[in-house]
Design a protein around this ligand. Structure first.
Ligand SMILES: Nc1ncnc2c1ncn2[C@@H]1O[C@H](COP(=O)(O)OP(=O)(O)OP(=O)(O)O)[C@@H](O)[C@H]1O
Ligand SMILES: [Mg+2]
Length: 434
């Protein structure tokens, strides 16, 4: 027999579980970029090719990456940058500026951030510029190489690109695209957005300077591919220290994916969103239920995780309310039915509640007016009800117009699960009219 290699090592279960959690968490919690982004190979190639032309050959360019939330836009760009920087030439000369529409909310802030990221604060000093274009031009000029023959290529990445279109006169966009079209300096402008109609947002003079290159990330995953992805995302890699454990784990994952109930749950997730981010969320919840006592993912774990994913936040909040508060919500629901969604005030809700109480002989729900008002205010604090816009703050609290921020199904779902909800309250909620 040959010597035992590290691959054959048999580790205690506890250690294996820790390793599994480490590896899968890294994969599911976005700490590590995938070596090869799955399903977007052609987009990867396209973008890499484009950016290489700027980084290595000094050509200017502009491109938009468009796709829904969680489709992998940021991941694609990061992968491309990682692969691009493997090139020595690119590594040496390429400069990057990362902007985000959520952070740089106007062009003045954006320009400051560009200056900072290019380390040009000292060069700019106290200089005053006539226009935005002049300022940007100065920055790009300052980046010229020692012999001043050519400029260093700069990559401008604009995440949440559509938000930049709301800036005054679209000055930043106009100037960046303008430079990318002229031979002024080699720059590439990469916009990332989830708005498919983003070009409609651009002013004519901005639009005409854009290259109209777009890279779309629209998931065309079939359900079979989706299932396969679940399997690969949960499987352990070849290099796992305990190969026997890894084999068992991977077999378990295969069995899991073949399970009928699991397939149903995944079908529901597939139908509601195909993006990787929400899939990772689901799998992460499954993983958190793995322990030394149960070193595998069982169908029940997936069912429970799915329940958590689909839980309605507001319906959940209702479980924490008192019976009185719940009664007020039901009274509002009835008011909504009767007045077809018109806003209501505290007094109307109280009257509706009184009508319910009058039909009952016992006085278990005998509340003083201030107590009811307090409950009403609590509902407002939880933002389950909201004052109607424009209703004057001067109005007495009891008469301020409110709207219910819940729909019927949320209320009924919450009532079903409310611990020991009195039957008469339930019946009242279900009755057609207060
Ligand atoms: N093809 C893929 N292969 C592996 N992982 C992916 C893939 N697509 C997306 N992911 C993962 O899904 C998660 C979400 O992706 P990412 O953050 O890139 O989405 P996004 O399109 O930028 O979303 P947003 O519009 O919200 O910024 C990331 O953790 C990413 O690693
Ligand atoms: Mg992103």
């Amino acid at each position: 027999m040959s010597k035992r290699t590290a691959k054959d090592a048999h580790l205690p279960v506890g250690e294996c579980v820790t390793q599994v959690q480490d590896i899968l968490r890294q994969r599911l919690c976005h700490q590590r970029l995938p070596d090869k982004p799955e399903g977007v190979e052609s987009q990867h190639r396209h973008l890499l090719e484009l950016l290489k032309r700027t980084a290595i050959h000094g050509e200017s360019n502009s491109v938009l990456i468009v796709g829904p939330r969680g489709a992998g836009k940021t991941m694609l760009l990061k992968c491309v940058l990682r692969d691009l920087l493997e090139d020595k030439e690119a590594q040496k000369s390429l400069l990057q500026v990362h902007l985000n529409g959520l952070l740089q909310t106007d062009d003045r802030i954006a320009l400051k951030e560009i200056t900072r990221q290019l380390h040009l604060e000292n060069v700019v000093g106290d200089k005053v510029f006539g226009s935005f274009a002049e300022n940007l031009g100065f920055l790009l000029e300052a980046l010229k190489k020692g012999d001043r023959s050519s400029s260093r290529p700069v990559l401008f990445i604009l995440d949440e690109f559509d938000l930049f279109a709301h800036h005054k006169n679209q000055t930043l966009l106009y100037n960046l695209f303008d430079v990318s079209q002229s031979a002024q300096a080699p720059i590439a402008v990469v916009g990332i957005t989830c708005r498919l109609d983003v070009l409609e947002l651009l002013e004519k003079r901005v639009k005409s300077r854009f290259s109209h290159r777009q890279i779309h990330l629209l998931s065309s995953l079939t359900f079979t591919q989706y299932l396969e992805r679940v399997r690969t995302q949960l499987s352990l890699p070849d290099g796992f220290p305990d190969s026997r454990f890894a084999q068992d784990w991977n077999d378990g994952v295969k069995t899991l994916c073949g399970d009928k109930s699991v397939e149903e749950v995944l079908q529901r997730h597939y139908n509601s969103s195909k993006d990787v981010r929400s899939l990772h969320m689901l799998l992460m919840l499954c993983l958190s239920r793995v322990s030394v006592a149960k070193p595998a993912i069982k169908p029940a774990d997936l069912l429970e995780a799915s329940r958590l994913c689909f839980a309605d936040a507001k319906a959940n909040m209702l479980h924490g309310l008192s019976i009185l508060e719940l009664c007020l919500i039901i009274a509002m629901k009835h008011l909504n039915d009767v007045y077809e969604g018109e806003p209501f005030n505290h007094q109307m809700v109280h009257n509706e509640f009184k009508k319910f109480l009058q039909r009952k002989s016992n006085s278990m729900y005998n509340f003083e007016q201030p107590v009811i008002l307090k409950a009403f205010e609590h509902l407002q604090q939880l933002e389950l009800i909201r004052p109607v816009d424009g209703s004057s703050a001067k109005t007495q609290r009891e008469y301020q117009l409110m709207r219910l921020m819940l729909d019927h199904s949320q209320i009924m779902e919450a009532l079903q699960k409310y611990p020991q909800c009195p039957t008469d309250v339930k019946q009242w909620a279900m009755s057609a009219f207060g």
